[in-house]
Ligand binder design. Structure first.
Ligand code: AMP
Length: 290
């Protein structure tokens, strides 16, 4: 595995590759887990070369968020990348990505960024779209792999790529979970053993939604949201940030029964102490074009 710490070094490597090669790209913030590695596996199957980046992007953290304490372990990440068969590890420093401090150019995607995490974390998706745009220009991927655990992020990136005619195929990938259903996340290490046990409520309540909607064919988004919120309220130590049911990927409100909505998402953000967890489930309504 080759390791690159600057944009120039990576660009030299890219220039040496045959012109016909395909490049699969997996951008991450590190502290890798099996969810990240499942994206590498898919990228390896579909491309000649796999590039993984680790960059904790200051631009996508709010002033009172966890940028400073975000978990980092470069040696462990490199070992995992190597054993997963990554060809090139790209680990730029903040100064290489943002040489003049803050950027003067920001990529802002309207619409899909306004709800869910966009409403709770102002500016977050501007930071995400800007850094992913920069990484696409640097890495020059054929395909880029993103987890549906961050389904709103997938919608934002897909919108950006389409609107700006970026020459990359976005590949959404399924969420990997712990055996008890908790979505794998670098932030799970923040949880105390008690919070970790209670955090299963996110997946359990999203699963329960499926039963409720099957038992009640005319169920509305508001009714499903209320059921989700109730499950979180009943969980000691859990504080609801949002429980929302919307169309996907447009993320618009659903009028009337959800079954008429086509593809839709049930999305949750829940805080346990200072740790904010998100999860979601996608559903196909009866009108979904396949
Ligand atoms: P992060 O390092 O958290 O920014 O995540 C980097 C990429 O890995 C993003 O595309 C995430 O959606 C994806 N990812 C994170 N957790 C999971 C998971 N549990 N399953 C699948 N993909 C994931």
């Amino acid at each position: 595995m080759r390791i690159f710490r600057t944009i120039d070094e990576y660009k030299r490597f890219l220039a040496e590759l045959p012109a016909s090669r395909t490049v699969g790209f997996v951008p991450t913030m590190g502290y890798l887990h099996a969810g990240h590695l499942s994206l590498v596996e898919r990228a390896k199957r579909e491309n000649d070369v796999v590039v993984m980046s680790v960059f904790v992007n200051p631009l996508q953290f709010g002033p009172n968020e966890d940028f400073e304490r975000y978990p980092r372990d470069e040696a462990r990440d490199l070992a995992l990348m190597e054993s997963a068969g990554v060809d090139a590890a790209f680990l730029p420093g903040v100064r290489d990505m943002y040489p003049n401090g803050a950027v003067k150019t920001t990529v802002r995607v309207a619409g899909v960024t306004e709800r869910l995490c966009g409403a709770s974390r102002p500016g977050h998706f501007d930071g995400v779209a800007t850094v992913v745009s920069k990484l696409f220009h640097i890495v020059e991927p054929t395909r880029a792999y993103f987890g549906l655990k961050d389904a709103q992020q997938v919608a934002v990136i897909e919108t950006m790529v389409a609107d700006l005619n970026m020459n990359v195929t976005v590949v959404p990938c399924p969420t990997l979970r712990e055996p008890d259903g908790l979505a794998m996340s670098s932030r799970n290490v923040y949880l105390t053993p008690e919070q970790r046990e209670r955090a299963t409520v996110l997946y359990a309540s999203l699963q329960a939604i499926d039963g409720w909607r099957r038992a009640n064919p005319d169920v509305t988004a508001a009714e499903l949201e209320a059921k989700l919120a109730e499950a979180i309220r009943r969980t000691p130590g859990a504080e609801l940030d949002y429980a929302q049911v919307m169309t996907y990927p447009a993320l618009e409100p659903i009028e009337g029964p959800v079954r008429r909505a086509g593809r839709f998402i049930a999305a949750l953000a829940v805080k346990f102490g200072g740790t904010r967890l998100i999860d979601n489930r996608l559903f196909e309504g009866e009108d979904t074009a396949t």
